[in-house]
Design a protein around this ligand. Structure first.
Ligand SMILES: *[C@@H]1O[C@H](CO)[C@@H](O)[C@H](O)[C@H]1NC(C)=O
Ligand SMILES: *[C@@H]1O[C@H](CO)[C@@H](O)[C@H](O)[C@H]1NC(C)=O
Ligand SMILES: *[C@@H]1O[C@H](CO)[C@@H](O)[C@H](O)[C@H]1NC(C)=O
Ligand SMILES: *[C@@H]1O[C@H](CO)[C@@H](O)[C@H](O)[C@H]1NC(C)=O
Ligand SMILES: *[C@@H]1O[C@H](CO)[C@@H](O)[C@H](O)[C@H]1NC(C)=O
Ligand SMILES: *[C@@H]1O[C@H](CO)[C@@H](O)[C@H](O)[C@H]1NC(C)=O
Ligand SMILES: *[C@@H]1O[C@H](CO)[C@@H](O)[C@H](O)[C@H]1NC(C)=O
Ligand SMILES: *[C@@H]1O[C@H](CO)[C@@H](O)[C@H](O)[C@H]1NC(C)=O
Ligand SMILES: *[C@@H]1O[C@H](CO)[C@@H](O)[C@H](O)[C@H]1NC(C)=O
Length: 467
């Protein structure tokens, strides 16, 4: 296809000569003038053009790449890149995207990082009509890149990577972007996009990475996401998405990461998720799911990180969780989970972070001292008023305040065998004693009372109540 286009170029006026290792290689005049115009609008160096009279050969610039076409022998600009690795000359304060980009029809890559930082620039709809080869468009970390994503971008059907992350774009995601059928990566994260995620996103059949996190997106998750069978990563975190999680997501057999955290999604977790065989990261924190921890999670044996903090979860922690042999981090804090802590969590060989704090868990915490020491301050079971342990945890030197666990009397010292069974609400009403009390005093059984139970939240008091 490239050569058929190139044939059309025969007879164009020849402007520049390159006589490097490629022999007699030339550039079309419109292309090099267009390049100077584009660079002049970006870079804070008016002499860039005169410093680089033959930018594809004799006088290269590291942010620029060219490719040579054989017949006719011509150089074409295929890549313009300004980023952390290409800092000189810097972008000028009033940098803009010149319409002369249209004179560079052979561009494959345009990537500008941190270039538009002070005067506002927007993406002109007419900018994207002429690219026939553009595969990689990355305009990232440009705080003064504002306005909407033009739907004319959908004309650039050659795009494989579209990243407009960390700009100040607003408005809706154009439905027409669904026409980018070759798109493999779509990253619009960290903008101010609003409206719904269009159903048309289901047309992006080549997509492997979808990142729309940190925007103001609303409405339901489109069920059409389930058609994107190559997806490996979905990050929709930090939006305002509502409704239930569509069952169709369960058909994403290659999904490795699913981050829906910090939204307004409701439960349940669809049973279809049990077929997400490749899933390693499931992050649902801060959604009002108000559902139970699904039993099938135990079948997702590639999961390494499972995070359901502050999701209004109810019911028990299923024992089945302990069959996820690759689990390294489990966060179920800030929920309404009740029942006991499955002791076989400790048998998970890689488990290194366990946060069960702020729930209504009860009973005796049956972890071994070795396990508690291994996790140290990465074990957090605070604020579960019914939870007890018999371990003398104050002997563990490195245990931190966050793993301060126990608030149950040791059986031998217990005065009140009932404490663990009392209503946690009653306990909460009791003011903690003054902080000057120290742990040694709790060895005196006669001092033990329900106040000591509360005290244990703040100090290393581990001579505690048995249920
Ligand atoms: C951009 O700023 C330079 C000075 O830094 C000035 O000479 C030039 O006219 C400005 N261009 C535009 C389009 O405002
Ligand atoms: C580009 O897209 C716009 C709408 O998105 C359309 O109206 C226009 O005809 C397209 N241009 C080309 C050259 O395909
Ligand atoms: C984001 O966009 C909304 C309108 O959609 C606007 O009210 C708000 O100020 C914008 N926020 C920022 C940080 O630009
Ligand atoms: C744990 O992860 C490794 C590497 O990702 C994988 O090969 C292995 O099959 C996983 N274990 C299980 C039980 O799936
Ligand atoms: C857990 O809470 C539910 C209500 O949310 C209740 O029906 C159940 O009996 C409780 N289970 C335990 C072990 O306390
Ligand atoms: C556990 O979660 C709570 C919030 O629910 C948080 O404050 C605490 O730092 C977490 N602990 C660990 C060890 O991550
Ligand atoms: C406590 O932890 C530090 C590093 O975090 C380590 O150097 C030290 O040996 C540990 N002490 C004990 C008694 O485990
Ligand atoms: C605590 O109560 C249980 C029955 O609820 C009883 O079996 C046990 O002996 C009691 N322990 C003590 C130390 O009183
Ligand atoms: C705490 O213990 C120290 C010595 O271990 C003792 O001097 C002090 O009086 C105790 N304070 C209280 C309030 O019991």
């Amino acid at each position: 296809m490239a050569s058929s286009v190139l044939i059309l170029l025969v007879g164009f006026f020849i402007w520049a000569h390159g006589v490097g290792g490629f022999g007699e290689a030339l550039m079309e005049e419109s292309e090099i003038l267009g390049l100077y115009e584009v660079m002049g609008c970006l870079l804070d160096d008016p002499s860039w053009g005169s410093m680089h009279p033959q930018p594809c050969t004799e006088t290269p610039w590291p942010g620029l790449q060219c490719e040579i076409s054989p017949v006719p022998l011509l150089f074409h600009v295929t890549k313009i890149h300004i980023g952390p690795d290409i800092v000189y000359p810097p972008c000028k304060l009033n940098a803009t995207l010149s319409m002369s980009l249209q004179s560079l029809p052979f561009l494959k890559t345009l990537s500008l990082f941190n270039c538009f930082t002070s005067s506002q620039v927007s993406l002109s709809p007419s900018l994207f009509g002429t690219f026939s080869y553009l595969e990689h468009l990355a305009l990232e970390s440009n705080p003064s890149l504002v306005g909407q994503i033009p739907s004319s971008l959908s004309n650039v059907t050659t795009l494989r990577v579209l990243s407009l992350s960390q700009n100040n774009l607003q408005g809706e995601i154009p439905k027409m972007l669904g026409g980018l059928v070759n798109l493999e990566q779509l990253d619009l994260s960290f903008n101010n996009l609003s409206g719904e995620i269009p159903q048309e996103i289901g047309r992006l059949k080549s997509l492997t990475i979808l990142d729309l996190g940190w925007n103001g997106l609303e409405g339901q998750l489109p069920s059409s996401l389930g058609q994107l069978s190559l997806l490996q990563k979905i990050d929709l975190s930090y939006n305002k998405l509502t409704g239930e999680i569509p069952e169709e997501l369960g058909s994403l057999k290659r999904l490795v990461l699913l981050d829906l955290s910090h939204n307004l999604l409701k439960g349940p977790i669809p049973n279809s998720f049990s077929s997400l065989e490749q899933l390693e990261y499931l992050l649902m924190d801060n959604n009002p799911l108000r559902t139970v921890v699904p039993l099938f999670l135990g079948t997702l044996n590639r999961l390494t990180t499972l995070s359901f903090s502050n999701c209004g979860l109810i019911g028990p922690i299923p024992v089945a969780i302990s069959s996820m042999q690759n689990l390294t981090a489990l966060s179920l804090d800030n929920n309404n989970l009740n029942g006991s802590v499955p002791p076989n969590l400790e048998s998970l060989p890689l488990l290194d972070h366990l946060n069960l704090s702020h729930n209504q868990l009860g009973g005796e915490l049956l972890f071994s001292q070795e396990f508690i020491e291994r996790l140290g301050n990465r074990l957090d079971v605070r604020a579960n008023l019914g939870l007890c342990t018999k371990h003398q945890l104050d002997n563990i030197v490195n245990i931190s305040m966050t793993s301060e666990t126990a608030h149950c009397l040791d059986a031998s010292r217990a005065r009140n065998n009932q404490t663990c069974e009392e209503n946690p609400d009653d306990l909460q009403k009791i003011e903690p004693p003054h902080k000057s009390s120290n742990s040694s005093s709790s060895n005196d059984a006669s001092n033990l009372n329900r106040e000591m139970v509360v005290l244990a939240f703040e100090f290393f008091v581990f001579t505690l109540i048995l249920m």
